[in-house]
Design a protein around this ligand. Structure first.
Ligand code: F0G
Length: 456
């Protein structure tokens, strides 16, 4: 059930078919290049795209913009202590800023960092320190059709983790990261049991356990629903329990702190706190604002508490699941179970006649835009050249933003695309930036055959 109503509204329009065709061609068949005004339902990301509550808007007015010792920072610190259980907090302008602070303090050239699955910016920041990011997901999670009822497909594969450490030696692994939920593995959750086991292993080899907590509240809501041992615990209690195993967290406030920008590092160890603060001064700002305005620190403090309110976060998972079921009813092959922030479509099964070199996921992304001005993102061979990954398309739901009518429109759009899937062909990249790992943000493509769209 939806636990909020609208007080401020933002007009959106569905551009006509000619406009959509022209906009997509001008964007080089890359939806990152579209103007947002040409998009009707925007499912590109759940990051920083949500709606703030009236309490958050009110909190902005309390912002203390002092350079040092801001009261707003003290309120954020208090919220992080209460909600997440960490003593020390260093704000950053967003998640990747926090990654830069923390991984720069923890890693050295030649280190190896296992993670259930690295998100792109995490991988890049680990690599930027000269360390080697290694993914240890469950094998079953890599198959979009694999075990659709498995509750915690985001878990770290403990055998893989041990194998990595055996191979390179414990001395080369100073840090283990657990990403909850596992964004790059279809937004699947991580169990508290798995978190505890990874923490025990990290302690054995004397490694620091970092939790990437961007979607900590959604993860906890899955745990409340699926992990028998925590059946009676509240979401807030589960968050405290799960994060109690971590030595440090990095957070993007743009996800489960329900704000449009911001982030932080939180940790327990005094020496690590000092090292992160020193890096903050260099890269983000004085450690009591760290790249954020005082008002935004206030909004993030309020958002952290709102995120663990059962009625909010349960409704959040329900609306993602509703989108998933609507798509499945429309004949769309979807990854199951559904993620916490997004539904992932299996483009390989959707367009079996389009080979990976012609980017079936990107063909689907373009078709969804042409059909209904719905924007989503390819996470397959276009975004990750050379990686052995499934051809997925992510439909990420901004928080507290879209209602049932929008979900219906998305499902109708995908049903129409599904109805004429055999007509859809692939694309070629015609212009890409020097670093192919970042190409999906700016590369341009050309369709192999004209992209047909149904009449309005
Ligand atoms: N870690 C995870 C798991 C993420 O999903 C993201 C961002 C970050 C770190 C970096 O945070 O954007 O605030 O710098 N994910 C967004 C997405 C961009 O669309 O999935 P950031």
């Amino acid at each position: 059930m939806r636990s909020y109503r609208a007080k401020v509204v933002e007009p959106i329009t569905l551009p006509d078919r000619d406009r959509r065709e022209a906009a997509l061609a001008a964007a080089g068949y890359n939806v990152f290049n579209l103007d947002s005004g040409d998009v009707y339902v925007d499912l590109l990301t759940d990051s920083g795209t949500g709606a703030m509550s009236h309490e958050q808007w009110a909190a902005l007015q309390r912002g203390d913009e002092s350079y040092a010792g801001s009261r707003s920072f003290a309120r954020l610190e208090e919220a992080v202590r209460e909600v997440m259980g960490f003593e020390h907090v260093v704000p950053a302008h967003q998640g990747r800023g926090a990654e830069n602070l923390l991984y720069g303090a923890l890693l050295e050239e030649g280190d190896v960092v296992p993670n259930n699955t690295h998100f792109d910016t995490t991988r890049a920041h680990v690599a930027n320190q000269g360390a080697d990011p290694v993914d240890c997901p469950l094998q079953v999670a890599l198959d979009p059709a694999g075990d659709p009822d498995r509750p915690f497909k985001g878990n770290m594969d403990l055998d893989r983790l041990e194998a990595v450490v055996d191979e390179v030696g414990a001395g080369a692994v100073p840090v283990i990261v657990l990403t909850i939920t596992n964004n790059s593995m279809a937004g699947q959750p991580v169990s508290v049991e798995n978190t505890r086991a990874v923490a025990e292993f990290a302690a054995e080899i004397d490694a620091t356990l970092v939790v990437d907590a961007c979607r900590f509240a959604e993860n906890a809501a899955f745990v409340a629903d699926r992990e028998a041992a925590l059946d009676d615990a509240s979401v807030a209690e589960i968050v405290r329990e799960q994060l109690s195993y971590a030595d440090a967290v990095i957070m993007s406030g743009k996800k489960d702190a329900l704000v449009n920008v911001g982030g932080f590092v939180a940790c327990r160890d005094e020496a690590l706190f000092e090292a992160v603060k020193q890096r903050a001064i260099l890269y983000e700002g004085f450690p009591t604002y760290g790249g954020m305005a005082g008002r935004d620190l206030e909004a993030m403090a309020v958002g952290l508490r709102e995120a663990v309110a059962e009625r909010y976060v349960e409704g959040r998972l329900a609306s993602v699941a509703e989108l998933g079921e609507r798509l499945a009813d429309a004949g769309v092959p979807v990854y199951r179970p559904f993620g916490g922030h997004a539904v992932y479509v299996d483009a390989e099964r959707f367009l079996p006649h389009v080979e990976p070199e012609a980017f079936p996921g990107q063909a689907l992304v373009c078709a969804a835009y042409l059909e209904g001005a719905v924007r989503c993102v390819e996470l397959g061979s276009f975004a990750f050249p050379g990686a052995d990954r499934p051809e997925l398309v992510r439909l990420a739901l901004p928080r507290r933003t879209y209602g049932r009518e929008h979900l219906e429109h998305v499902a109708e759009t995908f049903a129409a695309v599904h109805g004429r899937r055999e007509e859809l062909g692939g694309l070629d990249v015609v212009d890409e930036p020097p670093n192919p790992e970042l190409r999906h943000f700016s590369a341009e493509l050309e369709p192999r055959e004209p992209l047909v769209s149904a009449a309005d």
